[in-house]
Design a protein around this ligand. Structure first.
Ligand code: ADP
Ligand code: MG
Length: 279
């Protein structure tokens, strides 16, 4: 039954001319789960979420989101879904508050509801006090937080996050990951995350699907995926499944981890210094 799943796709396919971006994708994602679509650059992740949010049309197959048919009920889909795009646009000459009011109005939310939601979200994302500053003066992490607020303003049932932690420094990435896992735990939302970062996927997702050249190669819990290819860990499993040609993605992930480790080390050193000073 379609209604018991948040997202169902049947042979969903998208071609851009001769490029087979997504081929015969079949997904069944229950409500309340956090699903991670993992794969190297160009695998078809963004194309998948853009189709599921009715931003681009499919070539063939079909899908339902929140029980609504992608082809005939896309207004309903837009109403119940929040979407954080891969490279979101912000109006830099607006303040965070003005920008979020504008997004709330796009959803036809009543003014009172908009201002309540903005206050809740600014508090949750620790932006209170900065809401009247122009977005052009925000750091990358703060901008990402504002984009997340925009994706959540209409209290969506299903949330799509395309590369939510890419291009963020380790501290900002950690903060965004914490926020997503809070959201998953507290609000019992269905969350669909696209990422090429293994640590984000392993940490946040109940179920992972690995997509390579538009085809879903494997799906399961991180543990199931590791076991099914006889790997030691998700990194090894990912390499086996995607092939060693995608080593850059893996290196990017390692790099991020090593930066994170370095910054932890530095913090610990600084703590020790402070501790010595106070003695
Ligand atoms: N608008 C477009 N026009 C032509 N080709 C596109 C377009 N969008 C994506 N593609 C192609 O589709 C494939 C999948 O891209 P994408 O979904 O962005 O991958 P991912 O998000 O996994 O990195 C790539 O080969 C990409 O070049
Ligand atoms: Mg992408």
């Amino acid at each position: 039954m379609t209604e018991s799943y948040a997202i169902v796709t049947n042979d969903l396919t998208k071609n851009f001319g001769s490029v087979h971006a997504v081929s015969n994708l079949n997904l069944k994602i229950p409500f309340g789960k956090t699903y991670g679509l993992l794969g190297p650059n160009g695998a078809g992740k963004t194309t998948t979420v853009r189709m599921l949010n009715a931003i681009i049309s499919k070539t063939s197959g079909n899908a339902s989101v929140g029980g609504y048919d992608l082809l005939t009920q896309n207004e309903d889909i837009r109403r119940i879904c929040g979407f954080l795009p891969e490279s979101p646009g912000l109006y830099s000459k607006l303040t965070a508050k003005e920008f979020l009011e504008f997004i709330g109005e796009l959803y036809y939310l009543p003014k009172d509801t908009i201002s309540e939601r903005i206050n809740e979200l600014l508090e949750l994302f620790d932006l209170l006090g900065r809401e009247n500053d122009l977005l052009e003066g925000y750091s990358r992490g703060m901008k990402q937080k504002v984009c997340l607020c925009a994706a959540l303003i209409q209290d969506p049932e299903i949330i799509f996050l395309d590369e939510p932690t890419s291009n963020l420094d380790p501290a900002a990435a950690r903060m965004v990951k914490n926020l997503i896992s809070e959201l998953a735990k507290k609000a019992d939302k269905t969350i669909f995350i696209c990422t090429h970062l293994l640590d984000s996927a392993e940490e946040l997702c109940d179920v992972i699907g690995i997509i390579v050249e538009g085809k879903l190669e494997i799906e399961g819990t991180p543990q199931e995926i590791i076991e099914s290819v006889g790997a030691e860990n998700l990194e090894e499993a990912y390499l086996k499944i995607t092939g060693a040609t995608h080593i850059e993605d893996l290196l990017a992930w390692r790099e991020e981890n090593s930066i994170e480790r370095e910054s932890k080390k530095k913090k610990q050193k600084n703590k020790k210094k402070k501790y010595r000073k106070t003695r």
